[in-house]
Structure formats: C-alpha cells, structure tokens
Write a protein that binds this ligand. Sequence first.
Ligand SMILES: NC(=O)c1ccc[n+]([C@@H]2O[C@H](COP(=O)([O-])OP(=O)(O)OC[C@H]3O[C@@H](n4cnc5c(N)ncnc54)[C@H](O)[C@@H]3O)[C@@H](O)[C@H]2O)c1
Length: 449
Amino acid sequence: MNVCVVGLGKLGAPLAAVLAAKGHEVIGIDVDAAAVAAITHGRAPVAEPGLPEMLQRARPRLTATTDWNRALAAADASFVIVPTPSEEGGGFSNRLLLDAVGHIGAALRGAGRYHVVNITSTVMPGSCDGPVRAALEAASGRKVGEGLGLCYNPEFIALGSVIRDMLRPDMILLGECDARAGDVIEAVYRTVTENAPPVQRMNLVNAETAKIALNAFVTMKISFANVIAEISEALPGGDADAVLTALGKDSRIGPKYLKGALGYGGPCFPRDNAAIASLTRRLGTQPDLALATDTVNRRQAGRLAVRVARHLPPGGAVAILGLAYKPHTPVVEESQGLMLAADLAARGVAVTAYDPLALANARAVLGKSVRYAAGLEEAVADAAVIVIATPDPAFRGLPALLERRGGHPIVFDCWRLLTGLPVPARIIGLGQGMPAAIEEALSPCGPAI
Ligand SMILES: NC(=O)c1ccc[n+]([C@@H]2O[C@H](COP(=O)([O-])OP(=O)(O)OC[C@H]3O[C@@H](n4cnc5c(N)ncnc54)[C@H](O)[C@@H]3O)[C@@H](O)[C@H]2O)c1
C-alpha cells in the first residue's frame, strides 16, 4: 500500500520505518526540515532503540518531503501523528492536527482515488467526528464516507520500546467512520504486526475515549500500588511487594504496573489522566477518580525526598540514578527522578545526577542546581545516599562499583533492582515497613528536614 506518515517525531518516525520495512511504500512529511532530511538520508530523527536498524531495512521504500502535494500524490492512507499539546484544564489542543488535516484535505481536493485519513495523535473524545471531519471536508471539498475515509487509531507504545510495541501490540484500537475505512487500516496492521493482535473496531468517539481511558486506568493502578506502599511503610513488618504480588496473581487484577515504587511520568500517562478529568468537567460528570490518582502520584517524589534527607549525614551528598521518566529514553517530561533531584536541591542537599541517555535534557531543566556525572562510577563516588529512580538494568552494575569504592552508603532501591545481589550497602526498598523508632535510630540526623 502507499502510505503517507504525517509528523516524523518520536512516534511518527518509528511508524514510518516499520511500515516501510514491512513492505509498504512510505512517504513521510513534517514541517521540520531537519526531520525530513534525516529520514531522507536514512538517519533517525529521534533517539529510539532499534530505529536506526529499522530505517536501514526501510530505506528502499521510505522517503520524506515537506511538500504536501508530493506526499499525498499516490497515498492510499495517511497516518497523522502530530503533537496535540495539553491545554490549561487538561484537554488537548487540536491546532496542529487541524493544520495538518487541512493540508491533507487540500492535497486530496479533486483526487478521484479512495483515501483514508487515519488520526494517530491523542485527541479529546468528539474531535474526529467534529472539528477534524469538518476541517477535512472543508479543505478537500469531499464528504467523509464518499470516497474519503476517516479513522482514529492511537498507538499504545512506550518510549524506549516503540518498535517492539508496534510489532507486537496487545491490541489494535480502531475507530472508523465506516467499515470500508476500517478495513483499509486493519489490512495495514495485518501486514505489520507479528503477533496477530485482536483488532477492536468501533465508532470514532468510543476509540477516542478508549485511548485515554486505558492510560487513566493504568495510572490509577500505579497510584493504587503506591498507596499500598505508603500503608506498608507505616506497618511494622509491612511489605508492599508481598501484598501486591499476591494481588497480581488474581486474574481480575494482573501483575503489570502493580509495584509500590516511584510514580508515573512521561508524555502520556499524566496528561491522559488529566484529560479524563477535563472530559468529566466538560460533560458534567465527576473528575474525582482521576484527581485522586493524580494527587497520589504528585506526592511520591516529595515523600521520597523526605526519607532520603532523613538518612543523610550532615553535609552528605546524594546520587540520583535515573533522570528520564523511564529507562532507554532521553525524555524527562514529568520524570520522578528529576522531581526528586529538584526537591532535594531545593532543601540545600548536594545532589549528583546521572542517566545514561537523559543528561542533556535533565540539565536543561535542573540547570546548575545539581552536579552531573558522566558515568555511574563518578555519580556514586562520594554519595552517602544513592537513589535508583528508574529500573534501568545498567544500574545493576552498582554493587561492583561500591565494592571498589568502599564505605557503606544507603541505597534507596525504588524498583528492587538489586534484589538477590550481594550489595555492600544498606538497601532500603520502597514499601517496606520499619517501626518509626528503628528508622529514627538508623537515621543519622533525626527527624525529617
Ligand atoms: N511519544 C509518545 O510516547 C506517545 C505515545 C502515544 C501517543 N502519542 C501521541 O502522538 C502524537 C505525537 O507525539 P510524538 O511524541 O510523536 O510528538 P513529537 O513532538 O515527537 O513529533 C511530532 C512531529 O510532528 C511534526 N509536526 C508538528 N506540526 C506539524 C504539522 N502541522 N504538519 C506536519 N508535521 C507537524 C513535528 O515537527 C514533529 O516532528 C501526540 O498526540 C501524542 O500525544 C505519543
């Protein structure tokens, strides 16, 4: 099939590469000439594991342009993946999306061929059948359903594993204006996916709701696990891992995202949860569940900062390992490690921060408030307390470094990454209960600052 991918960013570039590697003729378009040049020359415009290799496989069938007429000239379908930034109040702006759809419509004006516009950007429910359809029909002079299809088809990917998630998704969510349009997009996925995922087809508004509802459910689960961690920490002998592992065995619940650890972050979870709250306000229903999820999430970094400060000897330094919102990505949006670093620095604590991929982005946010280490060894060299803020497998090298370094630091192992390893340090896992008197006695500087 001839496919146009509109927006060659963190999601669009991998999608264009995957579609072409799987045999489709793909042309990408972006308003950013640098992204277009990168794709044209087979280079990755964004950092994503596996993308450079996928671009090499895609090369004979993948090109890019900034010319809308050229991009749409032969396309049977366009996948639109431009930003839909959050607005005050939690909804998403369709401004860039409507701009792109307007260009697509104008390029399709007068074309006799059937074409499906497939919106992949995250949108508020009601967008596709409302302003998006209106913009497309106005610009193209054609009617959706009459030689022109419109679908809503978000990707459920996580940065750092975008390619794998595209090839092996749990399901394909597909909102369609009619069956003909849905058939075209389903046919594309049948050629791309490697695990024959179920395709959930429905109308446009239900798919839009399902996308943000799914992420809001996962965030609720994460905050629930963190509430259990808070309870367990206050119970002598409490252990959130024991409690949550048992819960995860129940088939109604399942084990994923059920760990008392730091909160969620990144470009999707926080804003999709806020979008549910915004939607309820618009509809006159209640936002309380989404707000509670957010409230629990927002206190996690601060809660940990208090505990870290409490275990710090006077003048002692803290090392924070993990500044991206998750491993294998440079993205620091709503990152818990970053929030922890900022909180501790604001308390006057000397912080050294390290991340394998996100140092430059972290520096842009934290500035000179913390020190940055170029490697793990340098990060922990003089730290009295070490916090493992993301479950990056690279941090499993910590015990060997501490062996060489000597001393006996405290390690907050937020993700229990070091479980089972001999570590020359005192390990504190989150969600582990300790009577207050013992924690106080262990603390070199008494009550929390
Ligand atoms: N990144 C994620 O983890 C993720 C996951 C699920 C959904 N999404 C959604 O996908 C959408 C895109 O996200 P992203 O992370 O890929 O964004 P991004 O900022 O990384 O990339 C977007 C690209 O679109 C281009 N662009 C902007 N306006 C344009 C226009 N009018 N016409 C053509 N190109 C234009 C930009 O130059 C950029 O290259 C958003 O709605 C986001 O919510 C993202």
